[in-house]
Design a protein around this ligand. Structure first.
Ligand SMILES: [Zn+2]
Ligand SMILES: [Zn+2]
Length: 212
Protein backbone atom coordinates (compact mmCIF):
# COMPACT_ATOMS: atom_id res chain seq x y z
CA UNK A 1 0.00 0.00 0.00
CA UNK A 2 1.48 3.41 -0.92
CA UNK A 3 2.28 5.62 2.07
CA UNK A 4 0.19 8.70 2.72
CA UNK A 5 1.58 11.68 4.71
CA UNK A 6 -0.47 12.30 7.90
CA UNK A 7 0.37 16.02 7.78
CA UNK A 8 -0.31 17.05 4.19
CA UNK A 9 -2.09 14.02 2.75
CA UNK A 10 0.26 13.63 -0.22
CA UNK A 11 1.09 10.07 -1.04
CA UNK A 12 3.62 7.91 -2.83
CA UNK A 13 4.81 7.94 -5.52
CA UNK A 14 3.92 11.62 -6.05
CA UNK A 15 6.21 12.65 -3.15
CA UNK A 16 9.26 11.06 -1.55
CA UNK A 17 8.95 9.76 1.97
CA UNK A 18 11.18 10.01 5.00
CA UNK A 19 9.80 7.46 7.41
CA UNK A 20 6.10 8.07 7.99
CA UNK A 21 6.08 11.63 6.66
CA UNK A 22 6.75 13.02 3.23
CA UNK A 23 10.12 14.65 2.64
CA UNK A 24 8.76 18.23 2.72
CA UNK A 25 6.86 17.68 5.96
CA UNK A 26 9.88 15.93 7.52
CA UNK A 27 11.99 18.98 6.67
CA UNK A 28 9.33 21.32 8.08
CA UNK A 29 9.33 19.36 11.32
CA UNK A 30 13.12 19.35 11.47
CA UNK A 31 13.24 23.11 10.84
CA UNK A 32 10.71 23.77 13.60
CA UNK A 33 13.05 22.09 16.11
CA UNK A 34 16.00 24.34 15.18
CA UNK A 35 16.73 27.77 16.69
CA UNK A 36 15.86 30.89 14.68
CA UNK A 37 18.31 33.10 16.53
CA UNK A 38 21.94 32.59 17.50
CA UNK A 39 24.24 34.75 19.56
CA UNK A 40 27.70 35.97 18.73
CA UNK A 41 29.97 37.66 21.24
CA UNK A 42 31.74 40.41 19.34
CA UNK A 43 34.55 42.56 20.71
CA UNK A 44 33.46 46.17 20.36
CA UNK A 45 37.05 47.35 19.96
CA UNK A 46 38.70 44.93 17.53
CA UNK A 47 35.70 43.09 16.06
CA UNK A 48 36.94 39.61 16.93
CA UNK A 49 34.32 37.02 17.85
CA UNK A 50 34.31 34.41 20.56
CA UNK A 51 34.64 30.97 18.99
CA UNK A 52 35.47 27.86 20.95
CA UNK A 53 36.51 29.73 24.10
CA UNK A 54 38.84 32.30 22.60
CA UNK A 55 38.52 35.41 20.44
CA UNK A 56 39.28 35.07 16.75
CA UNK A 57 38.80 37.10 13.54
CA UNK A 58 35.19 37.07 12.27
CA UNK A 59 35.79 34.73 9.35
CA UNK A 60 33.20 32.29 8.02
CA UNK A 61 34.86 29.28 9.61
CA UNK A 62 35.11 31.00 13.00
CA UNK A 63 31.45 32.07 12.82
CA UNK A 64 30.57 28.46 12.04
CA UNK A 65 32.54 27.31 15.12
CA UNK A 66 30.78 29.91 17.28
CA UNK A 67 27.30 28.95 16.04
CA UNK A 68 27.71 25.16 16.05
CA UNK A 69 27.09 24.50 19.77
CA UNK A 70 23.88 26.54 19.56
CA UNK A 71 22.38 24.29 16.86
CA UNK A 72 22.73 21.11 18.88
CA UNK A 73 24.13 17.78 17.77
CA UNK A 74 23.54 18.34 14.04
CA UNK A 75 26.25 18.91 11.50
CA UNK A 76 26.25 22.43 10.11
CA UNK A 77 27.83 24.30 7.27
CA UNK A 78 27.74 28.09 6.92
CA UNK A 79 26.49 29.12 3.47
CA UNK A 80 26.26 32.85 3.83
CA UNK A 81 26.43 35.55 6.49
CA UNK A 82 26.12 39.24 7.23
CA UNK A 83 26.55 41.07 10.56
CA UNK A 84 22.98 40.30 11.53
CA UNK A 85 22.01 37.08 9.78
CA UNK A 86 23.32 33.81 8.43
CA UNK A 87 22.21 30.94 6.28
CA UNK A 88 23.21 27.46 7.34
CA UNK A 89 23.02 23.97 5.96
CA UNK A 90 21.93 21.75 8.81
CA UNK A 91 21.85 17.99 8.47
CA UNK A 92 20.55 15.22 10.67
CA UNK A 93 21.36 11.54 10.30
CA UNK A 94 18.07 9.69 10.66
CA UNK A 95 17.12 6.03 10.44
CA UNK A 96 15.90 6.86 6.93
CA UNK A 97 19.05 8.62 5.78
CA UNK A 98 20.40 12.14 5.89
CA UNK A 99 17.88 14.95 6.17
CA UNK A 100 19.33 18.34 5.23
CA UNK A 101 17.66 21.74 5.46
CA UNK A 102 18.66 25.31 4.82
CA UNK A 103 18.23 27.30 8.01
CA UNK A 104 18.11 31.10 8.07
CA UNK A 105 19.09 32.52 11.47
CA UNK A 106 19.17 35.97 12.98
CA UNK A 107 22.53 36.79 14.56
CA UNK A 108 22.24 38.66 17.83
CA UNK A 109 25.47 40.45 18.52
CA UNK A 110 26.51 40.73 22.11
CA UNK A 111 29.10 43.47 22.28
CA UNK A 112 31.90 42.67 24.72
CA UNK A 113 35.59 43.38 25.19
CA UNK A 114 37.95 40.54 24.27
CA UNK A 115 40.70 39.66 26.76
CA UNK A 116 43.35 41.63 24.88
CA UNK A 117 41.22 44.75 24.42
CA UNK A 118 40.19 44.58 28.05
CA UNK A 119 43.84 44.46 29.09
CA UNK A 120 44.66 47.36 26.77
CA UNK A 121 41.76 49.36 28.19
CA UNK A 122 43.12 49.00 31.74
CA UNK A 123 46.73 49.61 30.74
CA UNK A 124 47.65 46.09 31.75
CA UNK A 125 51.33 45.19 31.61
CA UNK A 126 53.59 42.43 32.91
CA UNK A 127 56.96 43.68 31.78
CA UNK A 128 58.85 46.87 31.01
CA UNK A 129 61.77 47.16 28.66
CA UNK A 130 64.02 50.05 29.61
CA UNK A 131 65.76 50.96 26.40
CA UNK A 132 68.84 53.13 26.61
CA UNK A 133 71.46 54.17 24.06
CA UNK A 134 71.11 55.20 20.44
CA UNK A 135 67.74 56.87 19.76
CA UNK A 136 67.52 55.64 16.19
CA UNK A 137 68.16 52.06 17.29
CA UNK A 138 65.63 52.43 20.09
CA UNK A 139 62.97 53.53 17.60
CA UNK A 140 63.73 50.58 15.30
CA UNK A 141 63.70 48.21 18.26
CA UNK A 142 60.24 49.45 19.36
CA UNK A 143 58.88 48.89 15.84
CA UNK A 144 60.18 45.33 15.76
CA UNK A 145 59.06 44.36 19.24
CA UNK A 146 55.59 45.81 18.53
CA UNK A 147 55.29 43.65 15.41
CA UNK A 148 56.50 40.59 17.32
CA UNK A 149 53.90 41.11 20.03
CA UNK A 150 51.14 41.72 17.45
CA UNK A 151 51.76 38.49 15.56
CA UNK A 152 51.77 36.59 18.85
CA UNK A 153 48.40 38.10 19.87
CA UNK A 154 49.88 40.20 22.64
CA UNK A 155 50.52 43.94 22.65
CA UNK A 156 52.89 46.78 23.40
CA UNK A 157 51.06 49.29 25.53
CA UNK A 158 52.43 52.62 26.59
CA UNK A 159 55.82 53.86 25.40
CA UNK A 160 57.36 56.51 27.65
CA UNK A 161 60.10 58.50 25.97
CA UNK A 162 62.48 60.30 28.30
CA UNK A 163 65.88 61.95 28.13
CA UNK A 164 67.61 58.58 28.66
CA UNK A 165 65.69 56.60 26.06
CA UNK A 166 62.31 54.90 26.31
CA UNK A 167 60.36 52.66 28.66
CA UNK A 168 58.14 50.21 26.82
CA UNK A 169 55.23 48.49 28.61
CA UNK A 170 54.46 44.95 27.47
CA UNK A 171 51.45 42.71 28.00
CA UNK A 172 53.35 39.46 28.44
CA UNK A 173 56.63 38.85 30.26
CA UNK A 174 57.22 35.39 28.79
CA UNK A 175 57.05 36.87 25.32
CA UNK A 176 59.32 39.76 26.35
CA UNK A 177 61.91 37.28 27.59
CA UNK A 178 61.51 35.20 24.42
CA UNK A 179 62.13 38.25 22.26
CA UNK A 180 65.33 39.11 24.12
CA UNK A 181 66.60 35.51 23.93
CA UNK A 182 65.68 35.15 20.28
CA UNK A 183 67.72 38.23 19.42
CA UNK A 184 70.60 37.11 21.65
CA UNK A 185 70.51 40.37 23.56
CA UNK A 186 71.85 40.92 27.03
CA UNK A 187 69.50 42.46 29.54
CA UNK A 188 69.80 43.38 33.20
CA UNK A 189 66.68 42.10 34.86
CA UNK A 190 64.84 43.19 37.96
CA UNK A 191 61.59 42.01 39.44
CA UNK A 192 58.97 43.98 41.33
CA UNK A 193 56.29 42.28 43.36
CA UNK A 194 52.96 43.47 42.02
CA UNK A 195 50.53 41.30 43.89
CA UNK A 196 49.48 37.83 44.90
CA UNK A 197 47.13 35.65 42.89
CA UNK A 198 45.85 32.29 44.15
CA UNK A 199 48.61 32.29 46.78
CA UNK A 200 51.33 32.89 44.18
CA UNK A 201 53.40 36.03 44.08
CA UNK A 202 53.09 37.96 40.83
CA UNK A 203 56.07 39.93 39.64
CA UNK A 204 56.43 42.54 36.98
CA UNK A 205 59.72 42.15 35.16
CA UNK A 206 61.96 44.97 34.07
CA UNK A 207 64.52 44.36 31.36
CA UNK A 208 67.18 47.05 30.98
CA UNK A 209 68.69 46.95 27.50
CA UNK A 210 71.45 49.02 25.97
CA UNK A 211 71.28 49.63 22.25
CA UNK A 212 74.52 51.08 20.95
ZN1 LIG B 1 3.60 15.79 3.98
ZN1 LIG C 1 39.17 43.02 21.05
Amino acid sequence: MPKSCPTCGNSEPKVKFFGNFCEDCSKEKFLSRLPKTVQLQVCKRCGKIKANGSFAPPTGSNIEIAIKPQIGRYSIHLIDFTDSSAKLDVAEETANGKLAVELPVVIEQKRVLCDMCYKKACNYYEAVMQLRGNNYKIARFIERVTRFFDVNNEFVGEVDYNSDGADVYLSNKRLAQAYISKNKMHSTNSYTLSGVKNGKRIYKNTYALRLE
